[in-house]
Design a protein. Sequence first.
Length: 272
Amino acid sequence: MENPFYPSYVRGIQDVAESNGFIVAIFNTDSKGEKELSYLKIIDERRLEGIIVGREGWSEEGNRFLSYLSKKGVVVVTIGHRIDNVDEVHVDTENGAYQATSYLLSLGYSRIAYIGAPLSKNVGIGRLRGYKKALLEWGIIPDESLIIEGDLTEACGYNIIKDLWNRPSKSDAVLAVNDVVAIGVILGARELNIRIPEELGIVGFDNIRESALIIPSLTTVSQPAYEMGRIACEMFIKRRDNPNLPVQSITLLPRLVIRDSTRNMEIKKKGG
């Protein structure tokens, strides 16, 4: 688990599971379809009671296997990952990205790049929608050249800011799909002697511990990771004990955490 965000909700799952007499086995897929299928087959063969899926962007084959397990009676709960007729808990990431982009615009930033995940994997789609929605509300047509796909790593942010800064028309802000990418942007910007936040504003997503420790500290959209895990495990237990309950979908709200990577100045209003 390279992203420190994930252990937080694993802890939420474990705390609820252990207090109710369950043992948690953790399978890390590394975002690889072959690992997804390998682990799902293990769950099927060993007749485990359930699975909590904690990542967006599963392969189509993996999703089909999850549906198969659910129909077979294995309890399936997802976190931030929607499958028909399966219980899920998710954060309104569209709202989070909308808040973040609107905040950047209110501070006077206008050429805001979005560094996201490969759209083919359906990761971060809500964030992209929120980003575009905020731009349009401020009368700005989204520039597709500023929407850049990456691989969710620190190196991704580090390399992309160097590309963005070498363009004739530079970006003055970045919204990153997660804090790990945003931290990579900060590290790359330092090497280019870019002044943060005066020349470049940066906002991340997740509010991992490192986002408060890096210099400058990172403005970010906080997701309630522990609560996501806790609620997902509670949903698993309820479904196990009452298989005929209606399918549940619980939405949690994100929160914008303002730190030093964005300008500290008077906030503008739309159309102002």
